[in-house]
Ligand binder design. Sequence first.
Ligand SMILES: Cc1cc2nc3c(=O)[nH]c(=O)nc-3n(C[C@H](O)[C@H](O)[C@H](O)COP(=O)(O)OP(=O)(O)OC[C@H]3O[C@@H](n4cnc5c(N)ncnc54)[C@H](O)[C@@H]3O)c2cc1C
Length: 521
Amino acid sequence: MDPAIYFSIAFLTSLCIIWLCLQLFGLATHVWGPIERWLRRHIILPQVLDGQYLFNPTRIEVICYVLHWTCMVVFNTYKVSNEREAASRAAYATIAHLLPLVCSGQLSFVSYSFGISGSVGLSFHEAFGWMAAVQGAVHSIIELQDKGHWTVQTKAGLVALCSLLALSCLPFARSLAYEIFLVTHQLLVITFALALWLHVQPLNNIVRRLCFIALLLFIATSCYRYARQIYGNFVPIRKRMRLIEIEEVRKQDDSLILGLHLPRSWRIRPGQHLYLTVLVFRSGSILQRHPFTVTWWNASQEPRMYLMIRAQRGWTKSILDRPDLLKSRKVWLDGPYGMPVCLENYGTVILFASGDGIFAQLPCLKAVTEACKISRARTRRIKLIWLTNEFNEQLREWIQTILDDEDLHPDLLDLCIHEPNTQMSSKVESRGRRVKIVHDVPNVRRYLQSELNHPETEIAVTGESRHNHYSAIADEIVSAYPVLRQSVRNEVLKINKFQMRLFELDYQPNDKDQYDSGISA
Ligand SMILES: Cc1cc2nc3c(=O)[nH]c(=O)nc-3n(C[C@H](O)[C@H](O)[C@H](O)COP(=O)(O)OP(=O)(O)OC[C@H]3O[C@@H](n4cnc5c(N)ncnc54)[C@H](O)[C@@H]3O)c2cc1C
């Protein structure tokens, strides 16, 4: 049999195995708790280096990288007798790594479909992309050595390689200029696909067939994705099918609050986000597509969801300057995406947020308190620790709604707001029974210890960083700047005595403050 067929089978089988492992891991959470906890504590959560580094993978990532590269080295060299064979193996490997990237279309959609978080999906995407680029380079170097003349096929191959290498370097531009990154990424992918098609045209082997299958899968997943979007966006409003529109726009400091009709067919759970496009031509809004968390919702007769949008440098800034542009405008939503976070099964839930991280934590808080009210939660204690230098009026109102809810047990909820920038004579001020304002940064260790000493403790921790969501016998949620996230991660890993689970949310606010030690309240 053609080695390419072996390889394709092996490759598809390994994809199925990864998927199966993910499913089994999900099952293990319920069936075989101790193993799952051990894996989390020793393999999944710990990073290789202590501290903040640009590249600081977790142990599981290192294991996956080593396995992946070893398998590929074996594939590239095993029973390879001449250069021709080596080049063709590298070509197969390139195609095989590109297949899942091409057929999937959109990353959030694939991550969601595979039941993994956006950050894990991104890691896979990058690892496959890099391997494809390396294999493509190996293939070209060998092939170019014995090329007498430059055919169209050779030139197309070179264009494909250049696009692939450019694609691999592009992620560095993502945080600097996202829109440029996105457009360049799409243009390069199209160039690459066309060049590759020309390059493989004269061949009549599995590579060409695989490219064709990838194209078909891309069309199929795109059709499904758009059909899902059309179904979600056309909703019955006043007995007619209409697009969702912005019903409320409020500007507060440098944030906008958008109130949208919440279609009943949408089920957005805490931890999930959606992509928003405002259908207005000015400021190029119609071409912009940005992810936002549903921070609040009203499940009344006229159900509404609310998005909090903090102005950054690009589109979000341009709409902050012209909020009138948004009122009554139609929007196009795509989602929900991201892994839902279910905290109701934990005895204690500790939520760590800093700055805008509260946008993603508030839905978790709302969901778990609502579940408590209807006795659908095992949660006995919830503690929200929020490091912030501003207290947005709208957020204050929403949090107050939860605090004022008389159906909640008085001891259920505790709120500690850390405002390190305001200097007062006393470091801790009480505002009512449940709220404390602390004029210092939070001391994560003391917070965790005091909750763990509590008799009813079973903790989950959630955080926003790529590597920083934990859960424990008490439940903890982190949605915070990197330093706070790192601190929560380290402290959770140090606590061996208790089962603890840390959740990593997809939304990570930008780093603004640094802190160390601090106090707890
Ligand atoms: C899962 C998730 C949930 C989010 N939830 C919220 C929220 O509830 N409220 C909120 O204010 N912000 C949220 N954000 C951040 C928000 O998406 C960005 O602030 C916004 O897209 C910036 O747009 P801009 O054109 O002004 O960006 P720029 O000023 O150009 O860039 C600012 C930062 O945003 C990133 N960014 C820009 N566009 C996108 C995009 N389309 N997709 C992903 N990242 C992008 C850039 O890489 C950069 O790091 C969330 C982000 C993610 C990933």
